[in-house]
Design a protein around this ligand. Structure first.
Ligand code: FAD
Length: 468
């Protein structure tokens, strides 16, 4: 191994090139900093390589497959629909993931961000070492941004293997399983359950809590559960997964539910019960950076740790592990380092599950508004009253607004239905900008569009509904 014996000076160094790290690096460069980014595995991080993007690609493939099986309602009959899953996986890799990650690499280069391939380890609060395959180099820096992300949690009795999968394994299967168990019905487990259920797998979800998709409002979760049921997905709640035992051609999953020991023979079991931050092999103790006992890095409202020169963003800091949160924190940290007076404000942080139907929430739910002592009301507009939803044959779902009683200010919103992930964006903007229902009701929305349902909900909140 070649070891550089002097420290190369850097202005700002970003560790990790996921949606936190690459965005921080580009924004810091835009602000005039000389930036380097260290990445040990893949540009684009978990999100682009083994998370958000490939999962959405497979979700789309599952939808296309189901649509081609089930298009009689449009007067279309299809015969001999077949699935070549190796082609699906090839498309996902070459046309989606590779294109996007190469695009990010290009953007980094265009912004003159130096890419250092290797694993970073702090020596102290102003230097770090980067270990490449056959070289190591020490760098000194003025500021560092930690964006090393997270990895799946492994639970006792379920050691990851070729049959006991983490989310990466489930995304990269080379065959569509006949039977699959999923331990954990959070959004990742539910999205992957949807993928394989749509592709024909018999799925059982084992969820420890009383309901899947914990954190989303009950009426939204019910819609997802109904569709799971229609696809034959079996949801076992309050279930305690005990052990996975490999068999000749699959795996037996043992669990406890309703006080009884049960077991399931499946081809694969996917375990998706949470993620832990990648902070344990970074030398943070040497840099003096404080962490919580769960390994999360404590930061202020600009992302600065207890050490003046070191910032942290994304999955390594508290809050939901979401790509858009990481990218948002990235811009704040990069601008703070550049001397801008900025601070995070999570009021309009959306949460989306790409289930059937999609469900999305931003700002406060009705219950949260009550807990905060706000005097609010809720208004719900059903997609059954939306022309575009009807023309898409997708009337399942609704837009709900949580508004203050006094002046109709929008403090929260929930959307369930086709493209809820897009429809929620307008409501995020409304909350971020402190808009009220009248602002939305008087905004001209293109017709026919799903977005009109937001306008309809706003009119209803004002007591002036046209379409209900
Ligand atoms: P990461 O994306 O994890 O990137 C961290 C990077 O740091 C990695 O590339 C890693 O190799 C690198 N690294 C780690 N340690 C070192 C080191 N010592 N030296 C150098 N490099 C290092 N979020 C959403 O918002 N929407 C979704 O739809 C969504 N879907 C998901 C689906 C799945 C299956 C999974 C697993 C996650 C999903 N997420 C989604 C979550 C999202 O992927 C993460 O929240 C996001 O990637 C976090 O970004 P990050 O930049 O903090 O870290």
């Amino acid at each position: 191994m070649v070891v550089g014996d002097f420290a190369i000076e850097l202005d700002t160094v970003v560790i990790g090139a996921g949606p936190g790290g690459y965005v921080a690096a580009i924004r810091a460069a835009q602000m005039g900093q000389k930036v380097a980014i260290v990445e040990k595995e893949f540009i684009g991080g978990v999100c682009l390589n083994v998370g958000c993007i490939p999962s959405k690609a497979l979700i789309s493939a599952g939808h296309k497959y189901q649509e081609s099986l089930d298009s009689q309602v449009f007067g279309i009959t299809t015969e001999n629909v077949t699935l070549d899953f190796s082609k699906t996986q090839e498309w996902k890799k070459t046309q989606v993931v590779d294109k996007l990650t190469k695009g990010v690499e290009m953007l980094l280069k265009k912004n003159k961000v130096e890419i250092l391939y290797g694993e970073a380890f702090f020596n102290d609060e102003h230097t770090l070492r980067v270990m490449g395959e056959d070289s190591a180099q020490t760098y000194s820096f003025n500021n560092a941004i930690i964006a090393t992300g997270s990895r799946p949690v492994q639970i006792p009795g379920f050691k990851f293997s070729d049959r006991v999968l983490d989310s990466t394994g489930a995304l990269n299967l080379t065959e569509v399983p006949k039977k699959m168990a999923i331990v954990g019905g959070g959004y990742i487990g539910s999205e992957l359950a949807g993928v394989y259920a749509n592709l024909g797998t018999e799925i059982t979800i084992l969820e420890g809590l009383p309901s899947i998709l914990n954190g989303f409002d009950k009426d939204m979760v019910k819609l997802v559960e109904k569709n799971f049921k229609n696809r034959g997905v079996n949801i076992v709640t309050k279930a305690m997964a005990k052990e996975a035992v490999k068999t000749d051609d699959g795996v037996t999953v043992k669990y406890e539910a309703n006080g009884k020991e049960e077991s399931l023979d499946v081809d694969y079991v996917l375990v998706t019960v949470g993620r832990r931050p990648n902070t344990d092999e970074l030398g943070l103790e040497q840099a003096g950076v404080n962490m919580s006992d769960r390994g999360l890095i404590e930061v202020d409202n600009q992302g600065r740790t207890n050490i003046e020169s070191i910032f942290a963003i994304g999955d390594v800091v508290p809050g939901p592990a979401l790509a858009h949160k990481a990218s948002y924190e990235a811009k704040i940290a990069a601008e703070a380092i550049s001397g801008k007076k900025v601070a995070v404000d999570y009021r309009a942080l959306p949460a989306v599950a790409f289930t059937d139907p999609e469900i999305a929430s931003v700002g406060l739910t009705e219950a949260e508004a009550k807990d905060k002592g706000l005097d609010t009301k809720t208004t719900k507009f059903s997609l059954a009253g939306n022309g575009r939803a009807l023309s898409l044959n997708a009337t399942e779902g609704f837009v709900r607004l949580v508004t203050t009683k006094e002046d109709n200010v929008i403090v929260g919103a929930q959307v369930a239905g086709h493209s809820a992930s897009d429809v929620i964006a307008e409501l995020g903007l409304a909350i971020e900008s402190g808009m009220n229902a009248e602002d939305i009701a008087m905004t001209i929305h293109g017709h026919p569009s799903l977005g009109e349902s937001v306008m309809d909900a706003a009119e209803a909140a004002l007591g002036l509904p046209i379409h209900m």
